[in-house]
Design a protein around this ligand. Structure first.
Ligand SMILES: [Zn+2]
Length: 103
């Protein structure tokens, strides 16, 4: 997804940190821990997600942004958060995160 109108990189990273703290580091889609200390392409990286997808009439503003795992974000796409059911590959990813938390 896009950057929610945050074009300036430094500002974008500030917002990412702030949202990360607000969400206690948890993905807004699966509620598992995300990471900011991994490569941007990593499945666990905290990416910006529009709570209400732009295609569903959501606004391109900071208030409509939450952080989600890259994996969860790309799997959800434009599906409404209330309608979203994680596909098998994401369920495996989530199970792996749960295993890491419990070890
Ligand atoms: Zn997630």
């Amino acid at each position: 997804m896009g950057m929610g109108g945050i074009r300036n990189k430094k500002r974008r990273e500030n917002v990412r940190r702030r949202k990360f703290d607000e969400q206690n580091g948890l993905c807004h889609i699966c509620a598992r821990r995300m990471s900011l200390d991994v490569d941007h392409n990593h499945a666990s990286y905290a990416t910006f997600d529009h709570v209400i997808a732009l295609k569903q009439g959501g606004k391109n503003c900071i208030a409509n942004l939450r952080l989600a795992h890259r994996k969860c974000n790309s799997a959800r796409g434009h599906v409404a958060i209330t309608e979203y059911v994680p596909p098998a590959k994401v369920r495996r990813f989530i199970a792996e995160l749960d295993k890491q938390e419990n070890t």
